[in-house]
Design a protein around this ligand. Structure first.
Ligand SMILES: NC(=O)c1ccc[n+]([C@@H]2O[C@H](COP(=O)([O-])OP(=O)(O)OC[C@H]3O[C@@H](n4cnc5c(N)ncnc54)[C@H](O)[C@@H]3O)[C@@H](O)[C@H]2O)c1
Length: 330
């Protein structure tokens, strides 16, 4: 171990666990050390790709491993809260995948403990570290000095050729099922996070959810109207329509608009006449640089320094909006 290295235990070695292991391998300070998955095949495959990793014998054993600084949780949502609690018992900082949980009572208890004990915990909404979110905050957050005038409406369009998406084909069945999965929890939650980070809590005014008739599969359509800080917000999401995979958010203001596509990696600012305006975004792959910044924020979390990652309370507020949308209204 060299000085300054922060040792990470990873629980959940599916699609997202593998992505994070690859990202961690490129970070100068964060180092995956111990890993665990309830599925022995996932554990074995991970050790084959990363022979330097150490396999724990259980989640509990991983969390107790000596020398660990932080736990990364990439299981499906159900075990997120219990694993977080075990990690706090062991004095670890926790970086947890979204969605936080669908068990709100457990989440509230966990948040109360975090607050009371000053535990270090954050949720991996990668947009937290994006330049797009920083731009939106500089324009439209409560203290902002807007150059595009007054925010009038926010529109979000999501489209998926298929759900789950092809790159998630190896993920568990949960992802395609309505109890824990579906595009609203999986994808929409990132944009509700961004919306609420800028404008505060959103209220669901109307929501129509289309489910397949089998009673099991997750939603294939969502049309909703919300309000956030008096601003109307419209959401349109669809699986299997004629649009290719798409995420596009448009923040319309009285003197122009900001449009963000492809996970905020494509940003356009326009004036009221529709002309493109220059903006100060750095060149290069914005999505990649956001992911790198996200890991630096994780380092700050572990070291107890200020960081921009959402805590569990902010992630629960996102999930409350998502579950309200999924219940349908109006
Ligand atoms: N932040 C992002 O951009 C992003 C992207 C994809 C997925 N996710 C999130 O990451 C999490 C995992 O998603 P995924 O696509 O990797 O799912 P997945 O089904 O591919 O992988 C989940 C893994 O967790 C393991 N597992 C399940 N229960 C466990 C338990 N109790 N203890 C240990 N291991 C357990 C499974 O065996 C599986 O290997 C979800 O919360 C998902 O929403 C986040």
């Amino acid at each position: 171990m060299h000085e300054g290295q922060l040792n990470i235990g990873v629980i959940g070695l599916g699609v997202m666990g593998q992505r994070m292991l690859a990202r961690l391998a490129t970070h100068p300070r964060l180092r995956a050390t111990w890993v665990w998955d309830a599925n022995p095949a996932a554990l074995a495959a991970t050790l084959q790709t990363y022979p330097q990793l150490l396999a724990a014998s259980s989640a509990e054993a991983l969390i107790q491993s000596p020398g660990l600084h932080s736990l990364y949780i990439a299981t499906p949502p159900a075990p997120h809260m219990a694993l977080s609690e075990l990690a706090f018992d062991a004095g670890l900082a926790v970086f947890c995948e979204k969605p936080l949980t669908v068990d709100f009572a457990a989440a509230r208890a966990c948040i109360a403990r975090i607050d009371a004990q000053g535990q270090r915990a954050a949720v991996n909404f990668a947009l937290a570290s994006s330049q797009g979110l920083a731009l939106l905050q500089s324009q439209f957050a409560a203290q902002a000095k807007p150059s595009l005038g007054v925010l009038q409406a926010v529109e979000l369009t999501l489209a998926f050729a298929a759900w789950p998406r092809p790159w998630q084909a190896t993920a568990g069945a949960w992802l395609g099922e309505r109890i824990e999965g579906g595009f609203s929890r999986e994808v929409l939650s990132h944009f509700i996070f961004a919306l609420q980070r800028v404008l505060g809590p959103a209220e669901v005014l109307r929501s129509r959810v289309d489910y397949p008739a089998d009673g099991i599969a997750a939603e294939v359509g969502l049309q909703a109207e919300l309000r956030a800080a008096t601003v109307p917000v419209r959401i349109e999401g669809r699986v299997g329509g004629d649009l290719p995979d798409l995420n596009r958010m448009v923040w319309q203001a009285s003197e122009g608009q900001i449009q963000l596509q492809e996970w905020f990696s494509q940003i356009e600012r326009r004036n009221a006449a529709g002309q493109l305006l220059p903006h100060a975004a750095a060149s290069g792959d914005l999505r990649l640089s956001g992911q790198r910044d996200q890991l630096d924020q994780w380092v700050a979390l572990i070291e107890g320094r200020p960081h921009g990652l959402p805590g569990y309370a902010e992630a629960l507020a996102v999930q409350e909006t998502i579950e309200a949308l999924l219940q349908g209204r109006g």
